[in-house]
Design a binder for this molecule. Structure first.
Ligand code: SAH
Length: 490
């Protein structure tokens, strides 16, 4: 698949929930040099891109109209002719009202190789997430995906309404504005007025909203509550299968949007656990590891080696391999500064001790291996030691863009600080998004893992909603739920 350079993938990003991306979609996003993406693509998906990938927004911007389709086609051709691996990322499925046909045609004409990667279309994804199957043996034998907006007649779609009225389930895309016209036409062509209708806005996302009605009532209801795009209008008897809350909306952390502060490139297991409970989690900022390549000290001279992160452990063993040093030629005792570092050492079948055991085992020359941040710190507990830098971690600028989009779309309502260092990192980095501790505290509930993070957060000017008794997934999910209820969003 696409080994050669200069290749385009036209990819469906799915309707919203990042986990609805296909495996193939994920793979090609990770490998892309350039990604051209639309407004309805979840910004969290862009976090999968390589740190150096070029990301081109093709939606509306305050200072510019939509990038026109011809310009997008030209860009696709130009980037691929320059030898880039290009991903054109579109919401839902690229073949469903996604203009993939026009882009494929442009690539055909320019003789550029491409592949199309399907995605889950909003009509089906949003229906599923509100608990409604688009077909059902008792309620719907046919299903149509229909545009609710067209350029031809003042925005009104030119459709075979008589034929359409005979379809059991209809998903209208882009139809909110023309809802009165759509309902009028279906009624006039024989669809019963009591046919159930669901309007689903931001389907499959934490901010999913549903409005229920019938063909006779939905237009008035939608204008009364000011229902807006992006939404699917789902019409048909299957909509009767909707229960008060769907399986998705019932998840304990449905509707919560967390910024989970991080200090390194590792992923948090607790954050992953919250995702399983229905939360949307954005780990911020994103880090990139840059491995140290300078000459290393002679490891055999040391009696004790202390590792400050699993990454440092991995770097050390990779170095031994590279320099063809057998671990059996070293006599040092190996220590981990955290439980994770100890585990990492043990994964190489070497005995490891926690640093708390260090003084008792003091034997001679000490080497501390860590990243740049450890290097800058004073570590008086270690007495005299030599330092060896294994790597540095730099912030990936893209994560600021993602953060900005989520802030703009009001998709961050909780901030989680797992450590004092995390408080410092986020406070410093998020300045580029024009946010301060005070502004963040007013838009989101701040939750700290313990006294150290809480003290630091308070010192920097955050208003703290909750400090956990214990830094566990259970305690955190409970605190998130409490903050969410307090906001009255559920
Ligand atoms: N290719 C896309 C559709 C693009 S047209 C797909 O297959 O889903 C854009 C329209 O899709 C929007 O106006 C809206 O009607 C619908 N849409 C896209 N994402 C949606 C979502 N998460 N929830 C509800 N409707 C959505």
């Amino acid at each position: 698949m696409g080994e050669q350079k200069g290749y385009v993938f036209l990819v469906g990003a799915g309707p919203g929930d990042v986990r609805l991306l296909t495996l193939k979609g994920e793979q090609v996003i990770k490998e892309a040099d350039v990604i051209l993406y639309d407004r309805l693509v979840n910004p969290l998906l862009l976090e999968l891109a390589k740190p150096e990938a070029e990301l081109v927004y093709c939606g509306k911007l305050p200072d510019r109209h939509l990038l026109r389709q011809e310009s997008i086609n030209e860009l696709l051709v130009a980037y691929s002719q320059a030898g880039k691996r290009v991903v054109r990322l579109k919401g839902g499925d690229p073949s469903v009202f996604g203009r993939v046909g026009e882009e494929a045609q442009a690539l055909e004409q320019a003789g550029i190789r491409y592949e199309i990667v399907p995605g889950i279309t909003a009509g089906i994804g949003a229906a599923t997430y509100v608990g409604v199957p688009v077909t059902h043996r008792d309620h719907g034998a046919s299903f149509a995906m229909v545009t609710g907006h067209d350029k031809s007649d003042n925005g009104r779609p030119l459709l075979d309404w008589r034929g359409l009225a005979t379809i059991d389930t209809i998903a209208f895309y882009m139809g909110v504005k023309n809802l009165p016209y759509i309902c009028e036409q279906l009624l006039a062509h024989g669809k019963p007025g009591q046919t159930p209708v669901l309007l689903i806005q931001w389907g499959t996302l934490g901010k999913q909203k549903v409005l229920e009605g019938t063909i006779a009532t939905i237009s008035a209801e939608a204008s009364r509550v000011g229902f807006s795009n992006p939404a699917i209008t789902l019409i048909g008897d299957v909509a009767k299968l909707r229960t008060k809350e769907s399986w998705f909306e019932r998840q304990p952390l449905f509707g919560t949007h967390l910024l989970f502060a991080r200090t390194g490139s590792g992923k948090s297991e607790i954050a992953a656990g919250l995702t399983e409970l229905g939360a949307t989690v954005f780990e911020y900022p994103r880090f990139q590891t840059i491995w140290e390549t300078a000459p290393v000290p002679s490891f055999a001279e040391f009696q004790e080696i202390i590792f400050h992160s699993p990454a440092s452990v991995n770097w050390f063993f990779a170095k031994l391999k590279e320099l063809r040093i057998d671990i059996r030629s070293l006599t040092a005792d190996l220590y981990g500064a955290s439980g994770k570092s100890v585990k990492a050492i043990e994964s190489y079948t070497c005995l490891a001790y926690p640093v708390t055991k260090l003084t008792r085992h003091q034997q001679g020359k000490r080497l501390v291996i860590g990243d740049e941040r450890v290097e800058k710190r004073q570590l008086p507990d270690y007495g005299s030691y030599q330092f060896c830098r294994s790597h540095r971690e730099t912030v990936v600028a893209q994560s600021h863009m993602t953060c900005r989009r989520l802030l703009e779309e009001d998709r961050l309502d909780t901030i989680v600080f797992p450590s004092a260092e995390a408080v410092r990192v986020v406070t410093e980095e998020i300045k580029v998004c024009s946010e301060t501790p005070a502004s963040l505290s007013s838009r989101a509930a701040v939750i700290c893992f313990g006294p150290a993070s809480a003290n630091e957060a308070r010192r920097l000017g955050y208003e703290i909603r909750e400090t956990l008794q214990e830094p566990t997934r259970e305690a955190l999910s409970e605190a998130v739920m409490k903050a969410h209820f307090a906001k009255g969003r559920v």
